[in-house]
Design a protein around this ligand. Structure first.
Ligand code: NDP
Length: 332
């Protein structure tokens, strides 16, 4: 086993868009394991929009990273050393081991995973946190009934792709909003949505109107900005909005709502949520999602960047919409 751990730490806080200077690649010798600990060799790292928020020194639902901290992130990998009774060398696991080759844990928050029927990387996407996010917002906030229309933004992405497919399985009309012709084609042809609106085509409201002839009953919001404004204008009375993410403003330019009065006039329920605060639903959601993946009823796509050293590029790309599907970094 190599005795060196490569890790990427937060070197400085972004001012506006994230830049390569905000990160530093370090090497350090592996620490000795204490009794009750395991060492994991990370194989894939998940790159997620929430990482941008942790780089700020600002009040939010989670503590910011300190300068010099290893960048936060979920990984899948295998146990290479164990002094913990519940884990053996060779076990495949997922946990929050961060942007580094190796992680150490006392087992808290580490989950054994089985890649016989569900590929390892899916545990970071469709059968992991993003999938649970989709499941929770759709089922617990939007709670759609068959025949209703559900719209989701960032529809080709890790969360959005699952929202629309679950809505279809629930008998709804699923409409995606995504950036570009290629992403929209994938959303309809591969994921099976009824329609997808390319918000970059320049006719967002008109195209959304055409795609939602009966209005919108449930909106799963991942983006914010003009996409939220346009969809608000299509909401039916007593519609539900699951406010999951507002990635259009993560680099520091939040876009104000143009017509907040629609929330009142349409008597809308708008509920923000953080998936990690609903752990009681994770086993049910993860079980459902893994079964759907194993039976090929849930499709997904991945953008994989090769090499831990390229993780900053992967995050910068994600925040510019360059990813097409779940963004991952192959560590080894
Ligand atoms: P995605 O895989 O969807 O990737 C992000 C996508 O967002 C991009 O591909 C791009 O798609 C879109 N995007 C990026 N920048 C912009 C922009 N400036 N304007 C409009 N769209 C943009 O990421 P995830 O599925 O991991 O996350 C989706 C959302 O869900 C994020 O907002 C994230 O913060 C949120 N989230 C929230 C959680 C919670 O607990 N509340 C948990 C997990 C995720 P396109 O090219 O189509 O624009």
């Amino acid at each position: 086993m190599t005795q060196i751990n490569r890790r990427i730490v937060l070197a400085s806080r972004p001012e506006g868009a994230v830049t390569a200077d905000n990160f530093r690649l370090e090497e350090a010798p592996l620490a000795e394991l204490a009794e009750g600990q395991v060492r994991v060799r990370n194989r894939y790292l998940s790159i997620d929009p929430y990482m941008r928020g942790r780089m700020n020194d600002a009040k939010s639902y989670a503590e910011p990273l300190a300068l010099g901290d290893v960048m936060i992130g979920a990984t899948v990998g295998e146990i290479v050393e164990s002094k913990h009774a519940s884990f053996a060398v060779g076990d495949k696991v997922t946990g929050m081991f961060g942007w580094q080759d190796y992680g150490i844990s006392d087992g808290a928050g580490v989950r054994k995973i089985d890649d016989t029927h569900v590929p390892l990387t899916a545990y970071l996407g469709v059968a992991g946190m993003p999938g649970v996010t989709a499941w929770y917002g759709l089922n617990k906030i939007i709670a759609p009934r068959a025949g209703q229309t559900v719209v989701v933004s960032a529809a080709s992405g890790a969360v959005g792709s699952v929202v629309g497919q679950l809505a279809k399985l629930a008998g709804c009309r699923a409409v995606g909003i995504a950036g570009g012709v290629e992403k929209c084609r994938y959303v309809v042809e591969t994921l099976g949505f009824d329609a997808c609106v390319d918000y970059k085509a320049g006719n967002l409201y008109r195209d959304l109107q055409a795609a939602t002839p009966d209005g919108v009953d449930g909106y799963f919001e991942n983006v914010g900005g003009e996409v939220l404004d346009a969809t608000l204008s299509r909401m039916n009375p007593f519609g539900r909005i699951a406010l999951c993410g507002m990635i259009a403003g993560y680099d520091g330019q939040p876009v104000p709502l143009k017509q907040p009065q629609i929330i009142l006039t349409m008597r809308l329920l708008v509920q923000g949520f953080i998936v990690s605060e609903h752990l009681e639903f994770w086993p049910e959601a993860l079980g459902t999602l893994a079964t759907l993946v194993a039976s090929q009823k849930l499709h997904y796509r991945e953008s994989v960047v090769d090499g831990l050293e390229h993780a900053p590029d992967a995050l910068m790309g994600l925040l510019q919409g360059k990813n097409f599907g779940k963004q991952l970094v192959k560590i080894s």
